[in-house]
Design a binder for this molecule. Structure first.
Ligand code: NAD
Ligand code: UDP
Length: 319
């Protein structure tokens, strides 16, 4: 297949491009580099089966060759209050990527009769009142809170995807991705994994926001990519959660990273959490297990070791 990957120069997008190429597909990565980097796909450039197009998907997408699938990942993804690439600093761009970008990406899929997959998010559940989160849960989102620029854009994107499926018969998929980490996350994007690892490798205390009792469940990127690839091949149009159900508090998570990296600087309880920062998050992955025969395989410590190695190399190169 010829596959268009929007957000292809980002963290997850670049891994997905690589996997699609390995499976023998040809790939067009489309990205405006607002939070991604050509460094993530530099090793793919020059291949006959890979093309990079710098383009903002909020603007009309013109691609003359036939494409057989469109995988729509383009969107800022970090909720950081301070990073310039966090969606709180890019509110309009984030809403446009989720709304206009999804509309344009669906338009390409409709025109070409292509399969479509949306990278949605656990944030559609907001600060959830049900735990763990099943796909049937409608969520708890403040439509005018700061995080709404991301959450509501993704909820709109899901609604638009289902409308194109129901109205135009587009062969769509919706992946609800839970916290995923690994090599090629941007060191400065402000999410907890690059923040903690960067601080640990610099020998600084890890900044745990709030009291650190809030939880997340972290999935290593290789596991996620396997899930996305299986979903692309499956005949399922309703949303499917993809993530690792192993839940951990941010205080415990900081301790694991300090331990693995040998950082003795400890942690500091630092500042406010963003308004709407979910208290608990854990995917229910029974659907993915049943439909895709998929579940994560990489343990938290193995995944973090691989990620630490990557960030050590990045920091050494920058020094
Ligand atoms: P990322 O920031 O590394 O990747 C996003 C990519 O999209 C970047 O390369 C960015 O430049 C590009 N982009 C943003 N707006 C664009 C636009 N208007 N036009 C073209 N390109 C644009 O983040 P990521 O973690 O790789 O996230 C990828 C996707 O997965 C996003 O849609 C995100 O919402 C979703 N997701 C990620 C996670 C996670 O934990 N990593 C969790 C849930 C959902
Ligand atoms: N967090 C933290 N310290 C940091 C960055 C994040 O304690 O330096 C916390 C944050 O408050 C949240 C969790 O880690 O509860 C995960 O945050 P992240 O930014 O990775 O993304 P989210 O899961 O909220 O989308």
């Amino acid at each position: 297949m010829r596959i268009l990957v929007t957000g292809g120069a980002g963290f997850i997008g670049s891994h997905l491009c690589e996997r699609l190429l390995t499976e023998g597909h040809s790939v067009i990565a489309m990205d405006n580099l607002i939070t991604g980097s050509v460094d993530n796909i530099a090793h793919l450039s020059g291949r006959d089966d890979f093309l990079f197009i710098q383009h903002n998907v909020a603007n009309y997408i013109y691609f003359p060759k036939v494409v057989h699938a469109v995988l729509h990942l383009a969107s800022p993804a970090s909720p950081s209050q301070t990073s310039p690439t966090g969606y709180l600093q890019l509110p309009i761009q984030t809403l446009k990527a989720g709304a206009l970008g999804t509309l344009n990406a669906l338009g390409v899929a409709k025109t070409h009769g292509a399969r479509f997959m949306l990278a949605s998010t656990s944030e559609v559940y907001g600060d959830p009142l049900e735990h763990p989160q099943e796909e049937s849960y409608w969520g708890h989102v403040d439509p005018v809170g700061p995080r709404s620029v991301y959450d509501e854009a993704k909820r709109f994107a899901e609604a638009m995807t289902m409308a194109y499926h129901r109205t135009h018969g587009v062969d769509t998929r919706i992946a609800r991705i839970f916290n995923t980490y690994g090599p090629r996350m941007a060191l400065d994007d402000g999410r907890v994994v690059p923040n903690f690892i960067g601080q640990a490798l610099r020998g600084e205390p890890l900044t745990v926001y709030g009291n650190g009792a809030q939880t997340r469940s972290f999935c290593y990127v290789d596991d996620l990519i396997e899930g996305l690839y299986r979903l692309l091949s499956a005949d399922e149009h309703m949303p499917v959660n993809l993530g690792n159900p192993q839940e951990i508090t941010m205080r415990e998570f900081a301790a694991v990273i300090n331990d693995l990296s040998g950082n003795s600087a400890g942690t500091c309880l630092d500042g406010d959490r963003t308004s709407g920062d979910p208290e608990r998050r854990q995917p229910d992955i029974e659907r993915a297990k049943r439909l895709l025969e998929w579940e994560p395989r990489v343990s938290l410590t193995d995944g973090l070791e691989l990620t630490l190695t990557y960030f050590r190399e990045r920091l050494a190169m920058a020094a």
